[in-house]
Design a protein around this ligand. Structure first.
Ligand code: ZN
Length: 144
C-alpha cells in the first residue's frame, strides 16, 4: 500500500503512541471486530448533556485500525454529539470515495492522513472500525 510518507508518519505516530488508550468506565462500552484483518476495538463512551465528555478505548490490530481510533478520539472528545456526527459523516464519505476525497483538514485534522486508505477496499474496514464502534455506542446511549 502506498501512502504519502508524511501521512504514513502521522499514522505510525498514533499507532506507537495512541491517544486516549486505556479503558475508563463510561456510560457504555462496545466491542467491535474486523474479522478480515483481525482488528479489535473496545470503546467506552461517556456523554454529559449533549457533549461527548470522554472516549477511551483499547484494541489490537493493524496500524491503520489502531491509529484511526486514536485520531477519532482526539477529534470527537469535547464535541457536541451533533458536531461529532458531522465529523463522522465527513470521515465515512472520505473512506467511501475511492481516493477522490482527500478529506477536509479543518474538520478531520490528522484524519486526512487516512485518505489514501480509501483506495484499498480491503483496508477501509480497518480505518472505519473505531468510528463504527463510536456510532454504535452513541446510538445505544441515546436509546437508554
Ligand atoms: Zn486492519
Amino acid at each position: 500500500m502506498e501512502l504519502n510518507s508524511l501521512y504514513q508518519e502521522v499514522i505510525l505516530d498514533h499507532y506507537k503512541r495512541p491517544h486516549h488508550k486505556g479503558l475508563v468506565p463510561g456510560d457504555i462500552q462496545v466491542h467491535h471486530i474486523n474479522p478480515s484483518c483481525g482488528d479489535e476495538v473496545t470503546l467506552s463512551l461517556k456523554i454529559v448533556g449533549d457533549k461527548v465528555a470522554e472516549i477511551t478505548w483499547d484494541g489490537v490490530g493493524c496500524s491503520i485500525s489502531q491509529a484511526s481510533v486514536s485520531i477519532m478520539s482526539d477529534l470527537l472528545i469535547n464535541k457536541k454529539i451533533a458536531e461529532a456526527e458531522k465529523i463522522l459523516d465527513s470521515f465515512v464519505s472520505m473512506m467511501q470515495s475511492k481516493g477522490a476525497d482527500q478529506g477536509d483538514e479543518i474538520i478531520l485534522e490528522d484524519g486526512v492522513a487516512l485518505a489514501g486508505v480509501s483506495k484499498y477496499p480491503a483496508r477501509i474496514k480497518c480505518a472505519l472500525l473505531g468510528w463504527m464502534a463510536y456510532k454504535d455506542a452513541v446510538t445505544q446511549v441515546g436509546e437508554k
